[in-house]
Design a protein around this ligand. Structure first.
Ligand SMILES: C[S@@+](CC[C@H](N)C(=O)[O-])C[C@H]1O[C@@H](n2cnc3c(N)ncnc32)[C@H](O)[C@@H]1O
Ligand code: SF4
Length: 483
């Protein structure tokens, strides 16, 4: 159980103004009530809520389930999608990372993967008809692991099969070690207008101990290079809660963010997942990690600094944008799902929401390539939501951005508040949400505990299924979970 009194001590002896402000703010929140109601975050069970239920509770599915051969109506519809492309390569392992990736693969393996993407998109086009992307996200793994010429080929493969809307947001993830001008120029030629750089921390010791393979200065240089090349929208990713992460180290990172003023920044609470070196260390030496109380303090320090002092806006939750024009459209398409924009995930372990199905591609590059080259979509696990389950999913993901009551009503024929009155009432009593005339939004406390808030909307059936899943695996696509 959370020792809420210790939040006051978590800042240590040399308390800064920022720590003081964060502590004061936490002092005003009904944290213990939220904890008693089961909403407190705990890193042994925490996961980023992106699918309902999580992949580990989904059943194996077949391609024919999701893309039936006689699905004539499928092709009549104009297919507008948010396109996700998973590039499963990295130069080495960061010790906390639970995404599906392979290390140091030679050029010919990458070439085979690019051919695989071409093949998967060919099959999708045959199944779906013309595909238009309203947003594109190339993630991984590390997409910038590819050589400039391979990046060029990857985009050509996409454009052979998908029409990208002229004003679409097109994002590409880069690691600082492979964020050179040559690669950036290729990205520019292909219309990439948002770069996402993994930075994680501005502390050199911490970067080294997580095997990040770049220094604080190299991360700063990567951001400056992207800006100098004319990329105005550059998001940087951070994680808090890593081993040996202290309040002063976190404050230093926030200070550097304040100096750099990136167009946007994402702050992730560490997901400790089985199979990662970070998880193993936590099992053996939990004392090396900040306490849950310290994590709450770091989170509140982030709010106080970025929203309170620098006027950034948090939307969706954990994404901080300097100006509304940097709003992350792809995430909006993904989380505030409506039936007219589906999510098409391409590549091993990619996640999709197509034809009413949530599904994951297989998390194995070799098997992926083999299957797509034979004209198949290598689906792995999936779930088609029936009855009110779709509404529940829309709420638990949509609440991270605020739910527009009108658009919810248009999709489901019912006001979101009338759909689940008891759930909203208890969240409101805990001061985790606010109901406005046009929208339902998270409060300060609701944002601190956003993924937990969403869990209030699990149906009984899904709750039982999720209870069967090992929490240390939920939300990981890393192959320790491969059944
Ligand atoms: C898939 S990585 C791609 C970025 C790029 N490969 C890099 O590392 O620079 C996207 C982001 O996910 C976040 N991430 C990865 N593993 C995480 C974990 N276990 N907990 C929280 N965030 C994590 C990191 O912030 C990372 O930058
Ligand atoms: S954080 Fe990025 S570079 Fe590190 S292992 Fe994960 S995907 Fe690869």
């Amino acid at each position: 159980m959370l020792n809420l009194e210790s939040i006051a001590e978590a800042g240590g002896a040399n308390e800064s103004d920022l720590v003081q402000k964060a502590q004061d703010q936490l002092g005003t929140l009904a944290l213990d009530e939220a904890a008693r109601a089961g909403f407190m975050r705990d890193r042994r069970t925490y996961f980023l809520n992106i699918a309902y239920p999580s992949m580990q509770a989904m059943e194996p599915v077949s391609e024919a389930d999701i893309f039936p051969a006689d699905n004539a109506t499928s092709q009549e519809k104009e297919r507008k999608v948010a396109l996700y492309l998973h590039v499963p390569f990295c130069s080495a392992e960061c010790y906390y990372c639970h995404y599906y990736k392979e290390f140091k693969k030679p050029e010919d393996t990458v070439d085979a993967f690019i051919e695989g993407v071409q093949a998967e998109l060919t099959t999708h086009e045959q199944n779906l008809g013309d595909i238009t992307a309203r947003s594109v996200y190339v993630g991984g793994g590390t997409p910038s692991y590819l050589k400039p010429e391979q990046i060029d080929r990857l985009f050509r493969a996409i454009k052979d099969h998908v029409e990208i809307e002229p004003d679409a947001e097109v994002s590409f993830e880069m690691h600082p070690e492979s964020s050179d001008e040559e690669r950036m120029r290729v990205l520019q030629e292909h219309g990439v207008n948002r770069i996402n750089i993994g930075v994680e921390s501005f502390d050199d010791n911490l970067l080294a101990s997580e095997n990040r393979r770049h220094t604080r200065q190299e991360a700063i240089d990567a951001l400056a290079r992207a800006n100098a090349m004319g990329f105005s929208n550059v998001n940087i990713d951070f994680i808090y809660g890593l081993k040996d992460h202290t309040i002063p180290i976190w404050e230093n990172t926030l200070d550097t963010i304040s100096e750099l003023r990136p167009s946007s920044a994402t702050l992730y609470y560490l997901r400790l997942k089985r199979g990662t070196p970070e998880y193993k260390l936590f099992q053996a030496h939990p004392e090396r990690f900040p306490s849950e109380e310290e994590l709450l303090l770091m989170h509140a320090m982030t709010f106080e600094r970025l929203e309170g002092e620098l006027n950034y806006t948090q939307n969706p939750v954990d994404w901080f944008i300097r100006d509304p024009k940097y709003f992350h459209t792809y995430q909006d398409h993904n989380w505030r799902r409506s039936d007219d924009t589906e999510l098409l995930g391409v590549g091993p372990s990619a996640y999709s929401y197509m034809n009413g199905w949530q599904y994951y591609n297989v998390n194995h590059t070799g098997r992926y390539i083999e299957s797509v080259m034979q004209g198949h979509i290598p689906v792995w696990r999936g779930e088609r939501l029936e009855g009110d389950e779709r509404m529940r999913r829309t709420i638990m993901l949509g609440i991270k951005m605020g739910i527009h009551r009108d658009s919810f009503r248009q999709t489901y024929g019912i006001d979101v508040v009338d759909a689940f009155p008891q759930e909203w009432e208890s969240l409101s009593a805990l001061d985790m949400i606010e109901v406005h005339e046009d929208a339902v939004v998270l409060t300060y406390l609701g944002k601190l505990l956003a993924d937990e808030t969403g869990k209030a909307f699990y149906s009984e059936t899904m709750r039982k299924r999720m209870e069967q899943v090992d929490p240390s695996l939920v939300s990981t696509t890393w192959p320790q979970f491969n059944r």
